[in-house]
Write a protein that binds this ligand. Structure first.
Ligand code: NDP
Ligand code: GDR
Length: 345
């Protein structure tokens, strides 16, 4: 049987690496779209041992001519648009770039598909950040959007334009509204991996404290390996449709940090008032975790929890790894990495 061809944008990121691994196991030919930079970021593909199985193509979300050239050259069956300026914090510093890359980037790909070959299937990496603030109920595909950052606004555009190209031109275009998903391959700027990598560095004596922003922000954290399976299933669906992927549980940054520290072997005690809480290591009496206001955002999302019932019903998808196991997987990986040397931060 002819191998399916997939183009994955954002191949050098967390989801790009795990999705490529999954598709290779399903006998796909993979073109991995990376952006050219002075230091190419291939460590995730190397860590999964799949770098040699992927054909890398130079790709830039901001450059329509480049996107068209790549799509014409490859003529893929499926495009997974995972590339983005994905760090919410940076979108407050670089809102225009974030919008250019995330919102117009998605449109540039869709428009290229429309011009070149409308049979190419398209996946857009939408985000739970689109929902924004304040709803204690579990969020699903019908919940309202109230984006709280340029990142979230850019993702709402990407989401809606994907729906529009599906409705207007009959393209198989769908979005996954994914809640936070983490792994040992997560970037160290995101809070979960920042916690596990910094704690491992502290344990190795190379760092002193872990400084965090809002301890009480709660997220629905799942395991990235489970989530890329859901992405792939959406693209094999009979009809293009958007789905929430989530675990249905929300936990705070403080809970994540506490479990991670204990799993790492620290004997942690929390002290101080809510505004100035810190944690000490009972054995050394040293401050292990403290607040730093520089990690607060001008507007943040304090609580997110998703409802993936629809994905379970239509796609048979449900996450396998639960919160505590996720923390353990990440701590153990960073412990191992730190024994081999400094973890990149
Ligand atoms: P990462 O930050 O790990 O990866 C982002 C990728 O996008 C990297 O490969 C990066 O390349 C690439 N990229 C950034 N800017 C450009 C550009 N201008 N042109 C081409 N490529 C670019 O993200 P994740 O893997 O975690 O997430 C994948 C997608 O899913 C993103 O769109 C993210 O917004 C979205 N998402 C993620 C969630 C999560 O919890 N992980 C949840 C919901 C949505 P480089 O390596 O060169 O920086
Ligand atoms: P998020 O992930 O913004 O949800 O976006 P992040 O891990 O950056 O933040 C989660 C929550 O933790 C709070 N927080 C801190 N965050 C960081 N990075 N560093 C800190 O020191 C810190 N202290 C507290 C944040 O304020 C926030 O409330 C991720 C990305 O992958 C997006 O691309 C994706 O769309 C969403 O998840 C779903």
């Amino acid at each position: 049987m002819k191998k399916k061809i997939a183009l994955i944008t954002g191949i050098t990121g967390q989801d790009g690496a795990y999705l490529a691994n999954l598709l290779l196991n399903n006998n796909y030919k993979i073109f991995g779209a990376y952006r050219r930079s002075s230091s190419l970021n291939l460590w995730r593909l190397e860590e999964l041992g799949i770098l040699d199985s992927i054909e890398l193509v130079s790709f830039e979300l901001l450059e329509k001519s480049n996107i068209e050239r790549v799509i014409k050259l490859i003529n893929p069956d499926e495009i997974y648009n995972l590339a983005a300026q994905s760090y919410v914090g940076t979108s407050f510093e670089n809102p225009i770039y974030t919008t250019q890359a995330n919102a117009l980037g998605a449109l540039r790909i869709l428009e290229s598909i429309r011009m070149i070959n409308k049979n190419i299937k398209f996946y857009q990496a939408s985000s739970s950040e689109m929902f924004g603030e304040g709803i204690p109920q579990k969020l699903n595909e019908k919940s309202m959007f109230h984006p709280r950052s340029a990142y979230a606004v850019s993702k709402v555009f990407g989401h809606q334009i994907t729906i529009n190209y599906r409705e207007a031109y009959g393209i198989f275009a769908c979005s996954g509204i994914l809640f936070n998903h983490e792994s040992p391959l997560r970037g160290t700027e995101f809070v979960t991996r920042k916690i596990t990598s910094t704690l491992a560095e502290i344990q190795a004596g190379r760092k002193k404290t872990l400084e965090l922003g809002d301890y009480y922000a709660k997220r629905d954290w799942g395991y990235a390996v489970d989530f890329v399976e859901g992405i792939w299933r959406m693209m094999q669906n009979d009809k293009p449709k958007d789905y929430v992927l989530a675990t249905g549980e929300a936990h705070s940054v403080k809970e994540f940090a506490t479990i991670a520290a204990r799993t790492m072997g620290f004997d942690l005690i929390w002290k101080g008032k809510k505004t100035n809480e810190y944690a000490i290591d009972k054995n050394t009496k040293k401050v292990l975790i403290k607040k730093n206001s520089k990690f607060y955002r001008p507007s943040d999302v304090s609580f997110l929890r998703g409802d993936a019932k629809e994905a379970k019903k239509d796609l048979g998808w449900k996450p396998k790894v639960k919160f505590k196991e996720l923390v353990k997987i990440m701590v153990e990986s960073d412990k191992k990495k730190s024994l081999k040397g400094k973890i990149l931060q």
